[in-house]
Design a binder for this molecule. Structure first.
Ligand SMILES: [Zn+2]
Length: 197
């Protein structure tokens, strides 16, 4: 096939979620055929992203600014924090437009199987944030999976001593469901119908 540069491109594309070797080859070919319209602007966008995007040291969101745009937006309610597993979940909730508070991205879930303990997640910084701020409510929005539920219980226990009201997403989130896959209406309903834990 092509030279080592093309092989390298395909190899990297194949590491992306949802792309295997076959779709990576198709994507590489597609890019190379659309050099000016796609390949060059994509390369520039990747270069800029690699140079500017960082993890928000307050909430764990990804942004070109630290603290991120959500943490610094004065129109958002700083007294409510929504705790999510991943940035993808933050994006899903933002797409729903149902939440105007702040976030805390855990960076995963507790999992005995994968060896992920509390120290591997952004839990200590969450407790610090709640303790040092004027927060009145923490909404735990982990996924409705076994690990998500376990993580939610653990966080609720840890937050109990801080005196903050702890709520959890309620109706609409199917068991085993992941927030990123829910439609905006379902997610809005789940946020509105949150309950105390
Ligand atoms: Zn932030």
């Amino acid at each position: 096939m092509g030279g080592p540069e093309i092989e390298r491109l395909i190899e990297f594309l194949a590491r992306l979620p949802g792309l295997g070797p076959r779709s990576a080859r198709r994507a590489a070919l597609h890019l190379m055929k659309r050099r000016e319209a796609l390949l060059e602007p994509l390369a520039a966008a990747l270069e800029t992203a690699a140079r500017t995007i960082k993890t928000c040291s307050t909430c764990g969101n990804l942004d070109s600014a630290d603290p991120c745009a959500i943490c610094t937006d004065p129109r958002r309610d700083a007294s409510v924090v929504c705790i999510v597993e991943d940035v993808a979940d933050l994006w899903a909730i933002e797409r729903s437009g149902a939440f105007r508070g702040r976030y805390h991205v855990l960076g995963g879930v507790l999992s005995a199987l994968d060896g992920t303990g509390p120290e591997d997640l952004r839990i200590a910084s969450l407790i610090d944030r709640v303790r040092s701020g004027d927060m009145r409510e923490a909404i735990i929005a982990t996924n409705a999976t076994v690990e998500g539920q376990t993580t939610a219980h653990y966080i609720a226990d840890r937050l109990a001593s801080t005196g903050i009201t702890v709520t959890r997403l309620a109706h609409g989130v199917p068991v085993g469901g992941e927030l990123d896959y829910l439609d905006d209406g379902t997610l809005s309903a789940a946020l509105r119908a949150r309950r105390s834990v």
